[in-house]
Write a protein that binds this ligand. Structure first.
Ligand code: THG
Length: 368
């Protein structure tokens, strides 16, 4: 077995030891931290997420804190979505863009206080970006990484379990909203969120020394719902149409190409990075868009891909397949297709796979 060599660059989450003890089978690296990708039984993990409740170490969703007099101002400069109406305790999904309107991260933004925001980031360096923009604009904001480590509780039984742990009030929590809470002396934020469409919550552990204690507490309380360790599930997130930044996006992708246009507020004005480019892209019409691809051949390889696979239509390349997985619900191999406007849902296309050309049909997203 080939393994990854640890170093001070390859961070461990506060739940790392717990995931090892629970039999983690593989990791990927995300924001320089180990992220579990399997506990050895993908199908059981999938159905537990669909029918039960699953516990995920998602500390790789690291926090970038903006704190200070100009925190709200800097946050809005970074966000092409209106955040001026956000309340303390509210979160929003944000397509962060560079000056060309290219997506550079898709974090959840949390308003912690009037002068404090957290970006709960996908896999790219938002610290560098936020500090650079702050210094260039000469704003009064301190940018740091707070002691916070998200743990996701996902699946249809997550709400009952979190209500058992925290109280019935969690049932009134709106999507992406959060509240401070304490479990047995462990300080957390409780948010209704998570990288699946099966419902659930995220606990942001606020004292990283208490990871094992929090993990064990939830495992114990979740026994009656048959909780088990899991992780962001490729099959479920592709079926549900959830985007993976850096996987489904490249150095040219803008939010309109990947179904994030609704999270861009084109009516905004003022100093907002990428906004004028986004207005232009929107006016001209984005060149690519995202559809689903369903392989015709049920026996096609369904393993994850290392690089985008060219998609052709009438012998001309029209786009790329950006991920691939087995869909337990459709019982087919599926993936996202980032394609030109020349093709539409219903078209049959060819995908250049490692095993040669395979036929697939384009469909609208989400699959399920
Ligand atoms: N939770 C937290 N931080 C995160 C993620 C998370 N940071 C990295 C990554 N995930 C960011 N990406 C996403 C992608 C999709 C969603 C959340 C974060 C998501 N989308 C819903 C959808 O697309 O249907 C809802 C969006 C909405 O309605 O506003 O949930 O998972 N803490």
């Amino acid at each position: 077995m080939i393994s990854i060599s640890p170093s001070a660059r390859t961070l461990r989450s506060p739940y790392y030891q717990s995931t090892i003890d629970d039999g983690v089978a593989s990791f990927t690296l995300y924001n320089s931290m180990f992220l579990p990708t399997s506990f050895g039984n993908p199908e059981a993990e999938y159905w537990r997420l669909i029918n039960g409740v699953s516990l995920w170490d998602v500390a790789v969703q690291r926090q970038v804190q903006l704190k200070g007099r100009d925190a709200a101002k800097l946050a809005q400069i970074l966000c092409p979505r209106n955040i001026s109406n956000m309340r303390i305790g509210q979160g929003k999904y944000i397509p962060l863009c560079n000056h060309s309107g290219v997506l550079i991260n898709d974090p959840v933004l949390l308003k912690i206080d009037e002068d404090c925001f957290w970006f709960s980031i996908a896999d790219s360096d938002v610290w560098l970006w936020a500090r650079t923009i702050n210094d260039e604009r000469q704003l009064d904001v301190e940018i740091s990484e707070p002691s916070a480590a998200p743990l996701a509780i996902q699946g249809p039984k997550a709400e009952m379990l979190v209500a058992d742990i925290c109280g019935e009030w969690v049932k009134d929590l709106k999507f992406f909203w959060f509240k401070h809470f304490e479990i047995d002396g462990i300080p957390i934020l409780v948010a209704r969120s998570g990288y699946s469409k099966q419902g659930g919550f995220e606990f942001y552990l606020l004292d990283k020394t208490k990871g094992t204690k929090l993990w064990n507490y939830i495992k114990e309380a979740g026994k009656k719902y048959d909780i088990s360790a899991g992780c962001p599930n490729l099959s479920e997130r592709v079926e549900s149409g959830l985007l993976s930044f850096g996987g489904d996006t490249d150095h040219l992708t803008n939010p309109f190409e990947i179904r994030l246009g609704d999270y861009v507020d084109l009516s905004l004005e003022g100093d907002i990075i990428g906004l004028s480019a986004l207005k232009k892209i929107h006016q001209e019409g984005p060149k690519r868009y995202q559809l689903g691809a369903v392989f015709e051949d049920e026996t096609s390889n369904s393993s994850p891909i290392f690089e985008w696979m060219p998609i052709t239509h009438k012998e001309k390349q029209v786009g790329s397949l950006t991920n691939r997985t087995w869909s337990y619900k459709l019982e087919r191999v599926i993936g996202f297709a980032l394609v030109s406007r020349e093709v539409v849902a219903g078209d049959h296309i060819m995908i250049e796979t490692e095993a040669g050309l395979k036929e697939a049909k384009l469909v609208d997203l989400p699959f399920v």
